[in-house]
Design a protein around this ligand. Structure first.
Ligand code: GLU
Length: 506
């Protein structure tokens, strides 16, 4: 059987879109599932759209996401772009000679032709078509030029493009592995430009030549390329080449069902990472945008994805990009993380939120009080939130109360349900007296819970009427981790200070 080879073929036009990450992931999974090769090819023939640094960025992100490829463009240890593999070069801009050879062959065999039409003429033609409500298409003026006419124009150095000579009759038919049988009438297909006036090939030509020469067995790409596929098939036929299989992936949609775009939120993978989404969670999320395991399972490690992924599980309907789901998945991955690792990821966000300053790699200083703390202490702070956290970037906001010198909240918040201000004050006073006598070393959440439970029972109080005011006194928040865990992290001195402050407020 032919070896399975897939390729991810991005154009270096800026950031990596989450949709492209999904394409890369599916190409990777399909190759790995079938013990095949995954190739990274850079499609950089559109000079006008090239963005400096985007290849480096792309390689870095794929690497960070753990999508290892067997061949293609990659970075060495210094971040310099290099290429590896037997089918190179893998940058299309380095393959111009190759394309030239194949275009000459197409022209020679009458599958392509020189077109000398000026921009002005094409512009007028398009306007006329618009007025007549016709589909924009080249009218074929240069299709009929004979060899001498062409030679004369070439000798006169008339600017030209090369166009594909699409047959006027017949149809193209193919079976897409996701969308099924597709049939397109040739008369609806434009005489596609395959070599531009700057001598560079267009995407269509370069893509087909490279997929063939690089022995790609499966072309997996976004649905937006489906309309181009008939043109590609005509090219394969013109060259007399065997075709790869095609699988187009469903569109990504905003919750309002419009096409996912930059305008409605961030779509750059890098932005998601900067916001504190974990790479594993992001991959898991994009996996489910268009593929399902046909079971209720939703959480997959990369290894499990490789085991389970089949193109058969890809659906045709557009997939809604639901960030709530992404948050939910990220939360699951955060909870699975080891506390050390999680704390390391959180520290930069705490620094950015100006809650702490870095003194050394293990020593920090609380910004509001100059108190020195260490990494072990930060781990305790992060542990408070690990169960609730959805995004690493939220950590500053959620643990701000731990580091603040003085909490800011309305005194009404201290009141649980229908209790009176007087009761809240008395209860806090009772708690204060009780905690005052506890040894600093016994300031541990389970111990505190035990002691305060006894206090509640002894005085026939309602738990909510004691624990709610205490929790608010310690955090100043409507929602937060429990009072005993927080008390342990704050330590005796701060706990007593905060309770006193609350009593004064009431
Ligand atoms: N260069 C195209 C892109 O930027 C690749 C499309 C394909 O995979 O054929 O998406």
């Amino acid at each position: 059987m032919k070896k399975i080879r897939t390729r991810f073929a991005p154009s270096p036009t800026g950031y990596l879109h989450v949709g492209s990450l999904r394409t890369a992931l599916y190409c990777y999974l399909f190759a790995k599932h079938n013990e095949g090769d995954f190739v990274l090819r850079i499609e950089d023939t559109d000079k006008a759209r090239y963005v400096e640094g985007s290849i480096e960025n792309l390689v870095k992100i794929l690497d960070f996401m753990g999508l290892e490829y067997n061949e293609g463009v990659s970075a060495d240890n210094d971040g310099k772009i290099v290429q590896k593999g037997n089918f190179g070069p893998y940058m299309q801009s380095e393959r111009l000679e190759i394309y030239k050879k194949y275009v000459d062959e197409l022209i020679e065999n009458d599958y392509a032709y020189y077109c000398f039409c000026s921009q002005e003429r094409l512009g007028k033609m398009r306007k006329n078509q618009q007025v007549q409500k016709l589909a924009p298409m080249y009218d074929g003026k240069c299709r009929g030029l004979n060899k001498d006419e062409v030679q004369k124009l070439l000798n006169e150095k008339t600017p030209y493009v090369v166009r594909l000579k699409v047959p006027k009759e017949g149809f193209v038919e193919f079976k897409d592995l996701v969308y099924g049988k597709i049939r397109i009438e040739n008369k609806t297909i434009d005489d596609q430009v395959i070599i531009k006036s700057d001598g560079f090939p267009t995407y269509h030509l370069a893509n087909v030549v490279d997929d063939y020469l690089m022995e790609i067995s499966h072309v997996i790409r976004g649905e937006e390329w489906l309309p181009s596929t008939p043109k590609h098939i005509l090219l394969y036929k013109a060259f007399g080449w065997d075709m790869p299989e095609f699988a187009h992936l469903p569109l990504l949609l905003n919750p309002d069902k419009s096409k996912l775009s930059k305008r409605q939120g961030d779509v750059a993978v890098e932005d998601f990472l900067l916001q504190g989404y974990l790479p594993e969670a992001l991959l898991n999320f994009v996996l489910l945008l268009g593929w399902n395991p046909k079971t209720e399972e939703e959480i997959f490690s990369l290894k499990e994805m490789i085991q389970r992924f089949e193109l058969l599980g890809v659906n045709k309907a557009g997939s809604i990009f639901n960030t709530e789901k992404l948050d939910w998945i990220n939360g699951i991955y955060i909870r699975k993380m080891n506390l050390d690792e999680l704390t390391k990821l959180c520290v930069p966000f705490l620094i950015e939120a100006k809650l702490i300053k870095e003194v050394s790699s293990i020593k920090y200083q609380v910004s509001s009080t100059d108190e020195e703390i260490d990494f072990e202490y930060l781990k305790k702070v992060i542990a408070l939130e690990q169960e609730r956290m959805k995004k690493i970037s939220e950590i500053g906001e959620s643990v701000k109360f731990i580091f603040s010198d003085k909490l800011d909240y309305e005194k009404e918040l201290l009141i649980w349900k229908k209790m009176t201000i007087e009761d809240a004050k008395n209860n806090l006073q009772l708690v204060f007296e009780e905690l005052k006598n506890i040894d600093e070393n016994n300031f541990q959440s389970e111990k505190l819970l035990e002691i305060l439970n006894d206090l509640v029972e002894k005085n026939s109080l309602k738990r909510g009427e004691v624990f709610w005011p205490l929790r608010v006194a310690l955090t100043g928040l409507k929602g937060s981790p429990g009072p005993f865990e927080v008390a342990e992290v704050l330590g005796k001195e701060k706990v007593l200070k905060r309770i006193e402050f609350a009593i004064e407020k009431l």
